[in-house]
Design a protein around this ligand. Structure first.
Ligand code: SF4
Ligand code: SF4
Length: 471
């Protein structure tokens, strides 16, 4: 029985409801009257239900698909402006007791090197990351109660926050670790994490159980209800995601939106972010052995429709995707990207990109300076902003910012000031030139005069060496 308010996985992600939704979408994919009504509703920027969004996903009428893209682009501009938040993943350990068949860290893989960073090694990684200009990390670790217990994760977070190398600082640590208990989520909250991220991988229970044949992750309900426990533990910024390629994308899309609706219905706060990873090649993993891979066009359509269906939810894309794909989906709705990522354990402190412990092949291998320059040349403002959670604006604060029409007075100056820090401390001469011109031009886009003046003043102080201003 489908019930978005239930806390039982199989009720808020009801298989029957998804099948009904897919049938409804198929039956209506050429129903222009309904499609127009849904697009009209979407223009109100209050989002769409999983059923409505699924109809749009099924629709292949070229003019209507173009309308979806145009609308997604407009919503992206209205809510996120031209800012793109940048982060990097930091792999702490690839020991894992699970048997996920699509991940090279699965327990039966004997060909991959296993590594767990010591606190000393974490320091080196963080210094290397700070030296490129990163301020926001997502830590990653396999599930292994003996090798990677919660105490190890907490100690590592503490180490990361404690390192201040030159002008560097990691100001927000997001955490991507296995589903855990309410008590452990509470500990993570107390450690000052930003978002707790956990990918569902697939919402299709039967497939889920086949893809996760062994280990604690095999338990579909425990995994799917993790965000409920995180919320109970006080973490109100949670990040959802599916691994596209494992199951039929239309099924996953409906499941993802149902999960978001569930969080909204029960906790009054939708997901903070949605990630859209696609299956990639890695040690012991060949994506061609999975039948459900999606084309770049379908991927772009999914991104556009997520933007339309959950306008207040940030969307994240990683360096799994090429520069070309990233350019396309940034326009359509992605608000956060990783840059200069190394997906191996201990990868940043090495001069050359190591491959022995990598979780997946990185398509976009450019340096952070190159990524920043590339974004600016396309007219985006790379942002290293971490202000909200440090100012206590968690949970539905982004919505509150939107509703109070304060984004341009908050995210915008924060983006400019954090970009200025990057330009001063880490950028190449060429990038700095482009950035300074961009900041000067973009200052005019801060609506409130007093905020603009304060921002100008802070920019001057950053020039003199003072750091970490925020609205
Ligand atoms: S996806 Fe996560 S849980 Fe599964 S094998 Fe990889 S690291 Fe372990
Ligand atoms: S001010 Fe808040 S919502 Fe805006 S970019 Fe910074 S952290 Fe994100």
């Amino acid at each position: 029985m489908y019930n978005p308010k239930s806390k039982k996985a199989e009720e808020f992600i009801s298989h029957d409801e998804i099948l009904d939704t897919l049938k409804y979408a198929d039956d209506n994919k050429e129903n222009i009257k309904l499609i127009d009504e849904i697009l009209e509703k979407a223009k109100e920027r209050k989002g769409l239900t999983h059923r409505e969004a699924s109809v749009l996903l099924a629709c292949e009428i070229p003019e209507k698909v173009q309308e979806m893209y145009d609308l997604a682009e407009q919503i992206k501009k209205d809510f996120y402006g031209n800012r793109i938040v940048i982060f990097a993943p930091l792999y702490l350990s690839n020991y894992c007791v699970n048997g996920c068949v699509y991940c090279p860290y699965h327990i039966k893989n004997k060909t991959i090197a296993r590594k767990k960073l010591t606190q000393e090694e974490i320091k080196k990684e963080v210094i290397a990351l700070q030296d490129t200009g990163h301020k926001r990390l997502a830590i990653e670790a396999g599930e292994d109660p003996k090798m990677n217990p919660i105490e190890y994760i907490l100690e590592s977070i503490n180490t990361i926050y404690s390192i201040k190398h030159k002008n560097g600082a990691i100001r927000r640590v997001n955490v991507n670790i296995a589903a855990t208990t309410v008590e452990n989520y509470r500990k993570l909250k107390e450690a000052g994490i930003g978002t707790y991220i956990l990918f569902q991988e697939t919402y299709h229970k039967e497939s889920y159980e086949v893809l996760h044949p062994t280990g604690p992750k095999h338990d579909y309900a425990y995994h799917t209800e993790a965000m409920d426990r995180a919320m109970e533990g006080g973490i109100d910024d949670v990040g959802l995601g599916v691994l596209f390629g494992l199951e039929l994308y239309r099924y996953e899309f409906a499941g993802l939106l149902m999960h978001a609706e569930h969080l909204e219905a029960v906790y009054g706060v939708g997901p903070h972010t949605i990630s859209v990873p696609r299956l990639k090649k890695a040690n012991d993993i060949d994506p061609d052995t999975f039948d459900n891979g999606i084309s770049d066009d379908t991927f772009a359509k999914i991104c556009a429709l997520i933007r339309i269906a959950v306008p207040y939810t940030g969307m994240i894309i990683s360096t799994r995707e090429s520069q070309e794909v990233r350019e396309k989906v940034i326009r359509l709705g992605v608000s956060q990207i990783s840059g200069a990522s190394r997906t191996s354990v201990g990868g940043y402190a090495e001069a050359e990109r190591p491959h022995d412990t990598e979780q997946f092949d990185v398509s976009d291998q450019r340096s952070l300076d190159e990524v920043v320059k590339w974004l600016m040349e396309m007219g985006y403002i790379p942002s290293f902003c971490t202000a909200c959670y440090r100012e206590g604006r968690t949970g539905d604060r982004f919505m509150a910012l939107c509703k109070a029409k304060q984004i341009q007075n908050c995210c915008h100056p924060n983006a400019l000031m954090t970009l200025k820090e990057f330009l001063m401390d880490y950028a190449s001469e060429e990038t700095r030139k482009i950035g300074e011109a961009l900041i000067n031009a973009e200052l005019n886009n801060i609506p409130k005069e007093n905020v603009r003046e304060i921002c100008k003043d802070h920019l001057g102080k950053i020039q003199q060496g003072i750091r970490d201003f925020r609205f």
